[in-house]
Design a protein around this ligand. Structure first.
Ligand SMILES: *Cc1c(COP(=O)(O)O)cnc(C)c1O
Ligand code: SF4
Length: 355
């Protein structure tokens, strides 16, 4: 067994372990973990300074996850799945769901209903079906391996997937979305990086949300990747009481550039069931973007995007980009349509899924 697999096995997966380590009452959390799994890697649990801090909020279950208000599948991904492992929303690029497991489970995850559940595991056959789908549509030039976290797969399995995708003539680039550099930096081995290098041009978007996640270990993982020619970007989710203030965001964005990771997107928290306690009003993100533009290097400024409910796609928002009418918040889609956005969403029930 490799070191990273050993570390993964040592993850915190029960509320009893949390209770022992942090002196909290495990009882109220049992119902939460019965619904949404708990897993925190050794590297990540060590970043927790105290109960309730920004690292804690991202990884420790909260009873607020049981509250209603939100969609199970806010982006209507099921509607854009021609085969189970593919999400095809934009003509020239697809998401291939490589795994539904992650090194650790983020409490705010958009695919909260799926990650870590055996019911939503991606089978070998589904992966192959996905690859055949990509091979059969010559419009597809950009394949995004996502999940879950693709880097949770063993090297040989991952390489088999990459080789098959790379061999499709019309596929020009491959992207990987992975939080492993943050949560399980041991996974980024020289052997993995040497393997990934063979499938250039390869882009890896990782997922740092807080400056405390910029550790020597995560910086080292990013350095190994960049040194093998893998282009690193970062997608941050804007999270209440985690990174929704200018000081934290500025430190994060500047810190990312220092480890050669280019901030790409700042995501408005999706309208996912069980995550209302993380959501900020759209104006918070706009104010943050306004505050960093100028004072912070332009290289460090991400696009602030909101993924619209019902599969209408990502809309970039600029300061002054929202309009309000009759008490409603309106967003213009990339197709020019004005959509009424349920800002913050604390009243809509799952019965109203936009799919
Ligand atoms: C975000 C997303 C992509 C990638 O979009 P980019 O803006 O090119 O990064 C592709 N497909 C789906 C379904 C997405 O949600
Ligand atoms: S690593 Fe990504 S897919 Fe996995 S739980 Fe976190 S946000 Fe969700």
């Amino acid at each position: 067994m490799e070191l990273w697999q050993q570390r993964l096995k040592e993850s915190v997966t029960t509320v009893e372990e949390l209770a022992q380590r942090f002196g909290i009452d495990p009882e109220p959390l049992r119902e939460v973990t019965a619904r949404y799994p708990l897993k925190i890697t050794p590297a990540y649990v060590d970043l927790i300074g105290e109960v309730g801090d920004p690292i804690w909020r991202q990884c420790v279950p909260d009873v607020l996850e049981l509250e209603d208000g939100g969609y199970a599948d806010p982006l209507a991904e099921a509607h854009y799945a021609p085969v189970p492992a593919i999400i095809h929303r934009y003509p020239d690029r697809v998401i291939l769901l490589a795994s539904n497991n992650c090194a650790g489970y983020c409490r705010f995850c958009t695919r909260k209903r799926k990650v870590g559940s055996s019911e939503h595991a991606v089978s070998f056959r589904e992966q192959r079906e996905g690859i055949n789908y990509i091979a059969g549509d010559s419009r597809i030039r950009d394949v995004i391996l996502s999940g879950g976290d693709p880097l949770i797969l063993p090297d040989a399995v991952l390489e088999d997937l990459l080789a098959r995708i790379h061999a499709i003539p019309h596929v020009e680039i491959i992207r990987i979305g992975s939080r492993v550099p943050v949560t399980l930096p041991e996974r980024i081995t020289p052997a993995l990086c040497a393997m990934l290098k063979k499938y250039a041009p390869l882009y890896l978007n990782t997922h740092f949300n807080h400056p405390r996640e910029l550790t020597p270990a995560s910086a080292g993982a990013c350095a190994l990747l960049v040194d093998q020619g893998i282009v690193l970007g970062n997608q941050t989710v804007l999270l209440r009481e985690v990174n929704d203030d200018v000081t934290t965001m500025t430190e994060l964005l500047r810190g990312l550039l220092k480890i050669r990771v280019r901030p790409y997107y700042l995501h408005q928290m999706d309208l996912v069931q069980g995550t209302a306690h993380f959501r900020t009003p759209l104006q918070t993100g706009l104010d943050l973007i306004r505050s960093v533009r100028g004072p912070v290097s332009g290289l460090a400024c991400p696009h602030f995007v909101v993924d619209l409910p019902g599969g209408k796609g990502k809309a970039p928002l600029l300061p002054d980009g929202l309009s309000y009418r009759d008490g409603k918040t309106l967003i213009t889609t990339s197709d020019g349509e004005q959509v009424d956005y349920p800002d913050v969403l604390d009243t809509v029930s799952v019965a109203n899924d936009p799919a």
